[in-house]
Design a protein around this ligand. Structure first.
Ligand SMILES: C[S@@+](CC[C@H](N)C(=O)[O-])C[C@H]1O[C@@H](n2cnc3c(N)ncnc32)[C@H](O)[C@@H]1O
Length: 397
């Protein structure tokens, strides 16, 4: 594929003026307009120009300021590692002589690795991804990278260089964008990547929801968060990271589980403060130890809500709420209680392991429209001692 150097700027300018005059145009409409304006243009190049134009609007928030001029497709951008996560992970590769990367994508991880290692060789099965990543790295002034195109399963066995570290980010979505649940359906498959005996340090990025159990000999699982969510998981080999540990990269927050698992009792009462654990804690399957260390009692097994009788210390790893009332779930009683508080429709409804549908409950509560002065709060839904329950609470500031 030849990316249209000369045509690119022309397409870009045309897209800019099209979207200024008709800001609601979506991707198919932009493609049609561009093809009409440039009837002799290569269809794939027009598609790519439109994709890039759209992706560039979203890219800087995820990848940093340079990305407003970067080269992406929407799906490559969707799969790209966030800048803060790529940078966090790359620090473990500091000083490595030659890192092999599988799954170049947009080049987000490639750039982070190339900043700390002497050289990176990166492989991608998709020639367009490779070409775009090449451009993205050049934009950032990075030149210590060799780009290879082809299936890693074919290329890796033929490589003769000495690599002292491996990073892999396999594709975890189908061609139509759905998430792939099984590691064996990743591309390349997880078993292929785990079996590669390359370097003394290895990392494989996988989905946060895939709990690799048992974890293969020598490997550990790390759950990686950004903002409120657990976005990904890294399997590490040869790193100082402890198994089932968590990191929230934008909050500079970390936690590692104690050697011996701690199991607190289920909360006897729901009075006090409700603590909502960060998404990473839920994924790492060591939530109970985390709660126990902080004298928090879970409301149920494997549910990320706990109760603290004392006001919890502020933490980037959980959010705390003051419990106002708790009640066995009844739409009528809940509506009465929330109405008495005068809460508006800005009230948040959150559920974990609860049979009811939040949107249906919201419709039935029929809370008044939010105005500047109206109070609002949070209602949690879960099963307490096996019964559907609601907790009415206020977020602590
Ligand atoms: C999740 S993306 C990588 C994202 C990248 N880390 C980033 O930050 O942009 C996975 C990449 O693996 C590539 N890929 C899929 N199957 C492959 C294979 N068998 N060999 C090499 N690359 C492959 C895809 O083309 C895709 O670009």
């Amino acid at each position: 594929m030849t990316t249209p150097d000369k045509a690119w700027t022309t397409y870009e300018q045309a897209l800019q003026s099209l979207s200024e005059s008709s800001p609601k145009l979506d991707a198919p409409a932009l493609v049609l307009r561009l093809r009409k304006a440039f009837p002799n243009a290569d269809v794939r190049e027009v598609n790519l120009a439109v994709e890039t134009f759209i992706a560039r609007r979203q890219a800087p928030e995820k990848l940093g300021a340079w990305a407003k001029e970067g080269h992406f497709s929407v799906s490559l951008l969707q799969q790209a590692s966030r800048e803060s996560i790529a940078t966090y992970r790359a620090q473990f590769f500091e000083g490595r002589s030659h890192v092999l990367e599988i799954g170049t994508g947009t080049g987000s991880d490639t750039a982070a690795l190339a900043r700390v290692a002497k050289h990176v060789t990166t492989i991608d099965g998709d020639p367009i991804a490779s070409e775009l990543a090449k451009r993205n790295l050049a934009l950032q002034g990075i030149s210590n990278v060799t780009f290879l195109v082809g299936e890693a399963q074919t290329i890796v066995p033929s490589l003769t260089e000495n690599f002292d570290a491996l990073f892999a980010d396999p594709a975890r979505r189908t061609r139509t964008g759905e998430r792939i649940k099984s590691g064996e359906d990743y591309s390349p498959p997880l078993s292929f990547l785990l079996a590669l005996s390359i370097g003394s340090l290895r990392a494989i990025k996988i989905s946060p929801g895939l709990f690799v159990e048992p974890c293969p000999e020598g490997w550990v699982r790390q759950f990686v968060g950004y903002d409120e969510e657990c976005l990904e998981q890294t399997l590490w080999y040869g790193s100082p990271i402890k198994d089932s540990s968590i990191v929230v990269t934008d909050r500079d927050a970390r936690w590692e589980p104690p050697e011996k698992e701690l199991i607190p009792p289920i909360a006897e009462s729901l009075a006090g403060y409700l603590v909502e654990a960060h998404g990473t804690l839920n994924r790492c399957q060591k939530l109970e130890s985390f709660f126990h260390q902080r004298h928090i009692q879970p409301v149920a097994q494997d549910v990320a809500y706990g109760i603290s009788f004392e006001r919890p210390e502020p933490s980037p790893l959980y959010t705390s709420y003051k419990v106002i009332e708790d009640l066995p779930f009844s739409k009528k009683k809940l509506k009465e209680a929330v109405n008495q508080l005068g809460w508006s429709n800005r009230t948040e409804l959150k559920k974990r392991n609860f049979p009811g549908e939040i949107e249906q409950i919201r419709a039935e509560l029929d809370l008044p429209k939010h105005t500047h002065a109206s109070p609002f709060g949070v209602v949690f839904f879960f099963r307490y001692h096996g019964k559907p329950w609601a907790v009415i609470a206020e977020r602590l500031t």
